[in-house]
Ligand binder design. Sequence first.
Ligand code: NAD
Length: 250
Amino acid sequence: MSLLKDKVAVVSGAGSGIGRAIAETYANEGAKVVITDINEDHGNHTVKAIQEAGGEAFFVKADSSSAEDNKRLVEEIVKKYGRLDVACNNAGMGGPATPTGEYEPESWDKVIALNLSGVFYACRYQIEQMTKNGGGSIVNIASIHGTVAAPNSVAYTASKHGVVGLTKNIAAEYGEKGIRCNAVGPGYIETPLLTDHLNKDMMEAVARKSPMNRLGTPQEIADLVTFLSSDKSSFTTGSYIIADGGYTAI
Ligand code: NAD
């Protein structure tokens, strides 16, 4: 109930799925949570759920693929709370399912802009503030496709490998300044990212690929992210931790 007591935290893509579970778990652990999403209704829904459970949250609409929006977001957080301690850069998209030889450059640009450049922009401005307030913890949401291929999703695979790399760079550069940065690699998790694009048979086939023979839940990712965000993981930085029911073990 108090892993993140009095910490100021931000979660992107917090209006749905994994981001929403992370935001709610942060709040349950005592953080003041800034919910950000491009979808205002969904973002406000998460804020309401947190407030109804007795937590503190407010919403800032922002496009995570925009450098300007990421800068403004940190400014708004500092204006309200004076600091930033914890950040989870979670907003992401899958992109089309197309073989690489037919993948449209416009789709590549769109996926990279959100999944990779967006995470860089977020970290860029979060680090600047965390340096001023004496440290912090950043968790970037990658994927198992930060280490293995997702056939027909070249931009997704490349973006998530990139997130793992930029996470390590930040850890290497900012360890001495008290800023930790880790990446989490979820396997297949039951969220709208999956349920909106796969039919029941496809979902079952994906579930069978992991030794645990099921999809993961957003809460199972949120619990790992919360551990990495908290002082319980105080010697962990530059790590890429997979939670995939054993998918990548075989
Ligand atoms: P989701 O589709 O349920 O939620 C994504 C959220 O991001 C939505 O609220 C959406 O409005 C928001 N968003 C989209 N574009 C945005 C933008 N430009 N700016 C700000 N917000 C934006 O997805 P999810 O499954 O919860 O995925 C969250 C993260 O987890 C993503 O980075 C995804 O790649 C990663 N991930 C998901 C799975 C999975 O199986 N679901 C597996 C591995 C990694």
